[in-house]
Design a protein around this ligand. Structure first.
Ligand code: ATP
Ligand code: MG
Length: 352
């Protein structure tokens, strides 16, 4: 793409933590320079909206300081109800022609006022069902929603130059680093604290995106209800498998039950994709986000879906220096960093 080759830092503001990744592009590929995360209080980001910007600014400051980052260019991403992604078919035209008509074309597909959104698009290519048409991915994000994120970054002394969408950042990791896989239809699923984002690629092109309203917080809510714990204690019980005063067998049974419900929701999304796409089947699933670390999640998904399921480790195809990083640690937390790593591969001036 056009634009300068200057490296930019990926900052992913999630419901539970802010993640930062800094990469260096070398002739041999990407090299990891920094990866770090800073937790957020539970109510700081709710439904992808920044509710408590002071806490988010503080978290970004902590990350900048620890990683010695000052007034850098950064890429951020957004997701949730205020972001609409639609694949549409339009009469074939040049990029210039589309640029002129996109606002008008988009109007009928986007449930917001055009004046209220930032609009972006990406031409996929000819429509396989009609040679006079071409397929285009439309992305519309509410202006005030994006501006909240941009404002927080600026307030933290950083310079946001790229605004991406979570699932496209992950797609970037996949296509840059994993693209050689010999499967045609792949599902990428990021399961964070707030929810899960599904993105299905066919021949490395996104053909289906969907949000699943169930993530890590859902486990905590169920644990809270069942055992009368605070959300912090529920998180501890979830991560450690035990909490004072709670029967460990009952806790394990509840966590298994929620894991099954989550797998069922994911299955539903993949089935929905198959029915919408002429029985096309997903052949492999990559999972990222902290919830990918849930015990038995990958196995349950494999059992339920009957396809191979793997963790998307953004650092596995990068150079990671043994003298700068604890490699076991990097591997153990890699799924948290899929979005931030994808953002860090962006260049100034990049579209989608
Ligand atoms: N070992 C683990 N087992 C189960 N869940 C885990 C584990 N480690 C982290 N999690 C969960 O992962 C979630 C955090 O993951 P992540 O950082 O990807 O989310 P986020 O980006 O903050 O949220 P979102 O993407 O929804 O905005 C939390 O809900 C946390 O409890
Ligand atoms: Mg996330």
């Amino acid at each position: 793409m056009f634009g300068s080759k200057k490296e930019i830092i990926g900052i992913d503001i999630g419901a539970s933590a802010v993640k930062l990744v800094q990469l260096k592009e070398t002739k041999a590929g990407y090299q990891l320079k920094s990866m770090d995360r800073e937790p957020l209080p539970p109510e700081a980001v709710v439904d992808s909206s920044i509710m408590d910007s002071t806490s988010v600014v503080q978290a970004i400051h902590a990350l900048s300081e620890r990683n010695r980052i000052k007034s850098a260019d950064v890429a951020i991403s957004v997701s949730g109800h205020s972001v609409i992604i639609r694949k549409i078919s339009l009469p074939s035209m040049t990029e210039d022609e589309l640029d002129n008509s996109i606002q008008w074309e988009a109007e009928q597909y986007i449930p917001f006022e055009m004046s209220e959104v930032f609009l972006d698009y990406h031409i996929i290519g000819p429509d396989p069902n009609d040679e006079n048409l071409m397929e285009v991915v439309l992305v519309a994000a509410k202006r005030d929603f994006v501006n909240e994120y941009v404002g927080v970054l600026k307030e933290s002394g950083l310079n946001p130059v790229v605004v991406d969408v979570d699932c496209f950042a992950i797609e970037n990791v996949y296509s840059l680093l994993y693209g050689d896989d010999d499967v045609d239809v792949v599902a990428l699923i990021d399961i964070g604290a707030g929810g899960a984002q599904v993105n299905i690629l066919k021949n490395n092109v996104s053909v289906f995106t969907r949000e699943v309203q169930m993530g890590g917080n859902h486990f905590n809510e169920e644990i809270q209800k069942r055992f009368g714990l605070s959300s912090e204690d529920a998180e501890t019980l979830k991560l450690q498998g035990a909490f004072e005063g709670v029967d460990a067998t009952q806790a394990a049974a509840l966590i298994k039950q929620v894991t099954d419900a989550l797998c069922q929701e994911i299955r539903r999304s993949l089935d929905f994709f198959s029915s919408a796409f002429a029985d096309e089947q997903v052949q492999k699933l990559y999972v990222s986000g902290g919830v990918a670390l849930t015990e038995n999640l990958l196995k349950s998904l494999e059992d339920r879906l009957g396809i191979p399921v793997a963790v998307l480790d953004p650092f596995s195809h990068m150079a990671v220096s043994e003298s700068d990083f604890d490699l076991d640690y990097v591997k153990s937390v890699a799924p948290f960093f899929a979005v931030a790593a994808g953002l860090a591969t962006r260049k100034v001036g990049d579209k989608l």
